[in-house]
Every structure is written in structure tokens, then in C-alpha cells.
Write a protein that binds this ligand. Structure first.
Ligand SMILES: *Cc1c(COP(=O)(O)O)cnc(C)c1O
Length: 443
């Protein structure tokens, strides 16, 4: 199987964390998100340990909450001692609701509103990752008005395309995120930040992309960022100590994807980094990295019930399921590839080539094309593997379909982390009385 949390029991049913997925589908209904949090915890510990070994004890993994955002996952991240990266007040407030220490939160985003920044300042969010000069000026004014000092990082664009693994100095400069080194914007914002009386410039951040399987793009980013730090020390006395190299570690979705040995990957990056620090004669910064997908993706499985099997001679076979783009928009958005299994015959050889289609009124609502499964019938359970990241967090109500629950699996037990939406949840916001219609959202 693709990952160690998956298995097959004596009945031939797919298991997750040792539990029979078919039984869980009958118990909780479908569509259903399952999440093996023992696997998530194991990944957290692996990152903590390998970061400490490769980058020193002050380094830490920062969980990119956008991959999977709910109270339970932030509680787990807090228990495991990770920091958190949030990209909206909604994520920050969910973390706070989970008891996540606000001082361990990094607030990202390319357009934080004044209200967002005020909320972050009043909640005591640890670091705000400033994206632009406009945001820097606004944050200084807000911090001054609130009479507080804010710790910040600056988001820098190193100019790397991780998928051609080349330093495309101009190519990646075309980004809505951050300030580019090559255009001079990075130096300008750094100098401006150092002069802001209510802001403390603790370090720099970059994020080069996602689903990266090689070490070179990270080594290139480390090279460019440490070189930049050295120049800024020399030229402007820049004294920030944090270097956050972002997220993006790859995850195996299908048998065609490579397996990643994360600890050796992190170890290799640590060596590359040490070489660069030596070359540029700077002390090794406190290294942070922000894994999202790789912490939670493999731990997730989505279960669906098959509604119809349609064979179109000369064309293809369609298997329609009771979910689709509302619970997993990734195929529709990016043609992301997934592994699909007949959950009741998980170790039998697949014999039925098909397209797995969702239930929405969109021809593009597909979960997988050109896959092969054991021929299903109406009522059978299909499993899509590796759905722990960017599924629940990207779910929508398109076609007024309620969001599935998230069932946590840990130590052989299943519990509800997020309940299934009810029909009344769907119209709870409609036609509310005028006096509640414009209610301020306050933390
Ligand atoms: C999306 C994102 C991450 C997480 O990326 P993964 O590919 O899920 O590891 C980390 N940091 C930032 C700034 C991001 O935008």
C-alpha cells in the first residue's frame, strides 16, 4: 500500500489505522472523510526530530493550517509542539479556539485587511509575515495606534521555479506573493521595516511551491536567502535571526509518485544550508519550515458510495459517486491524480477501467480519470486515498451539498472531529432578521 497507515483486513476491506473503512462508511454514512491522527502525530515527531538534527534545537516545523483546518488538528499540533502558519483570521481563531498558543502563530497572506491585522495584534499573534510595502506601512500605523510592538518576518521572493528546479530569476518574480530580491523590492522593504518603531524585524520568509520531491529547489532557496542575508548584514546591519524556508515537501498520491525519505531529505538540506552559511560567513539562522500537505495528506481517506456504473461503448466507463468537487475540488482545479480503490475488495486486482465522476451538475466534476478499480455496483464503497490535505479545507457547498464529517481514527477508535453538516446548516444564514444581518464578527 501507498502509506503505512493503510491496510487490508481478512475480509479484504481497506483499513485505515487498523479500522475497517467499510464498517465506518456504514456507521457514519458517505461521503466521509477519515483521518488517522496517529499517523499525523508520527509525521509531526519525525519533522521535529529531523529538524533538530539538521538545523539545531531552535528550529521547528510550522504546520501550514490551510492544508487541513479544524479545531481538532490544531489541538494535535499544539500537543505535538509545532508552530502554526495561518492565512486568515478564520484560521487564527480556529487555532485559538483549540487552545493553540497565539505566540506560536505566524500570520501569512498577500492581502491582510486592516481588520485582519488589528485582530492579529489584539490576539497577540507571534509573528506577522509582511507581504508588501503597503502592508508594512499599514501595520506600523495600526501597531502605533494600539500602542503595541509587533514581531514580523518579511516574505521574500527568491525567484525559483521548483518544478524545473532552476533559478528562474525573472520567471518566478511574477508572483502576487512577497517582495522579489532581483527587482530590489526585497532590499527596499527590509530597509523600510528596520526603520519602523513599532515593528521588530525578526527574520525572512520564502515559500517556493508545493509537491516538491527534490532537494535542489530548497537548496537553491537556502542559497539565495543566505546570500541575501549576508548582503543585508553588510549593507544595512540587518540583524534578523529567523529564516523560514516555507512548505512544499512532496507527498505520494499514486504508485507513480516517488517515495520520500523525509528525514534524509531534511538532513541533506541541513548540510546544504551549513555550507551556504559558511560560504557567506553568516551564523546559521534559526530555521523554520512550514509543512502542510506532508503532515496530513497520507493520513486521510475519503469514502463514497457508488450510485451508478455507466458503460459508453467506444468511449469510457463512468462510476458516479455521492461526492465529488464539493468535497474534493483538486482534480477539477489541477487534474491532481489520486489512487481509487474498491474499499470492499482492497487487495483484489482492479479490472474495470473508468472515470470516477462526482454528483455535481458540471461535466468537469471528476475525481479521477483513467483509473482502474474492481468493478463496482450501486451501493458499493469506493475509497480515495491520500485526501487528508486540501480536501476538507477546500470543500464548498456547490449544488447545496452539505460538507461531510471528519472522523478521527486513533488507537483503534473512531471519533467525530467535525460533524456532518445538516440540511438546516445550509440555510442557517438565509433571510436572517435585519438586526443580525450585519453583525460584526468579533473574536
Ligand atoms: C501552502 C503553503 C505552505 C504549505 O505548503 P505544503 O505544500 O502544503 O507543504 C507553507 N507555507 C506557505 C506560505 C504556504 O503558502
Amino acid at each position: 500500500m501507498l502509506h503505512s497507515c493503510y491496510g487490508v483486513n481478512a475480509e479484504g476491506h481497506l483499513t485505515l489505522g487498523g479500522l475497517d473503512t467499510v464498517k465506518l462508511a456504514k456507521e457514519y454514512g458517505t461521503p466521509l472523510y477519515l483521518l488517522d491522527t496517529d499517523h499525523v502525530r508520527a509525521m509531526c515527531r519525525m519533522y521535529k526530530k529531523s529538524f533538530a538534527a539538521a538545523f539545531g534545537s531552535a528550529s521547528a516545523p510550522v504546520y501550514a493550517g490551510k492544508a487541513l483546518c479544524c479545531t481538532r488538528i490544531y489541538r494535535i499540533m499544539a500537543e505535538e509542539g509545532l508552530y502554526a502558519d495561518c492565512v486568515s483570521p478564520g484560521e487564527i481563531l480556529t487555532a485559538r479556539h483549540a487552545g493553540f498558543p497565539m505566540s506560536d502563530v505566524f500570520f501569512h497572506g498577500n492581502n491582510k485587511t486592516d481588520e485582519d491585522l488589528r485582530t492579529a495584534l489584539s490576539l497577540g499573534v507571534g509573528h506577522i509575515v509582511v507581504d508588501s510595502m503597503d502592508e508594512l506601512d499599514a501595520l506600523e500605523d495600526l501597531a502605533a495606534a494600539m500602542n503595541v510592538t509587533a514581531k514580523i518576518l518579511l516574505r521574500i521572493t527568491p525567484g525559483i521555479d521548483p518544478h524545473t528546479h532552476r533559478k528562474i530569476i525573472t520567471g518566478n518574480v511574477d508572483s502576487k506573493f512577497g517582495s522579489a530580491i532581483v527587482t530590489g523590492a526585497a532590499e527596499a522593504i527590509l530597509c523600510a521595516a528596520m526603520r519602523k518603531p513599532h515593528l521588530v524585524l525578526d527574520g525572512l520568509h520564502c515559500h517556493i511551491g508545493s509537491q516538491i520531491f527534490e532537494i535542489e529547489p530548497f537548496a537553491d532557496a537556502a542559497d539565495i536567502m543566505t546570500g541575501f542575508i549576508a548582503r543585508m548584514r553588510q549593507a544595512h546591519g540587518y540583524a534578523g535571526t529567523i529564516l523560514n524556508l516555507g512548505g512544499g515537501f512532496g507527498v505520494r498520491y499514486t504508485e507513480d509518485d516517488p517515495t520520500i525519505d523525509y528525514p534524509s531529505y531534511v538532513c541533506a538540506l541541513g548540510k546544504e544550508l551549513d555550507q551556504r552559511c559558511e560560504r557567506y560567513r553568516i551564523e546559521r539562522p534559526t530555521i523554520l519550515m512550514e509543512p502542510g500537505r506532508s503532515l496530513v495528506a497520507a493520513a486521510g481517506v475519503t469514502l463514497y458510495t457508488v450510485g451508478s456504473v455507466k458503460e459508453i461503448p467506444g468511449f469510457r466507463n463512468y462510476v458516479s459517486i455521492d461526492g465529488g468537487m464539493p468535497d474534493n475540488p483538486r482534480y477539477t482545479l489541477y487534474q491532481s491524480r489520486y489512487t481509487v480503490l474498491h474499499a470492499e475488495h482492497a487487495d483484489a486486482a482492479p479490472d474495470f477501467p473508468c472515470t470516477v465522476a462526482g454528483r455535481c451538475c458540471e461535466s468537469g466534476d471528476l475525481i479521477a480519470e483513467n483509473v482502474s478499480v474492481v468493478r463496482p455496483r450501486r451501493g458499493d464503497i469506493l475509497a480515495v486515498l491520500v485526501t487528508g490535505a486540501y480536501n476538507y479545507s477546500m470543500a464548498s457547498h456547490y449544488n447545496r451539498i452539505p460538507k461531510p464529517p471528519v472522523i478521527e481514527i486513533s488507537e483503534g477508535k473512531a471519533t467525530v472531529a467535525v460533524r456532518r453538516e445538516r440540511w438546516e446548516d445550509l440555510y442557517a444564514l438565509d433571510e436572517v432578521p435585519p438586526d443580525t444581518a450585519s453583525e460584526e464578527v468579533s473574536p
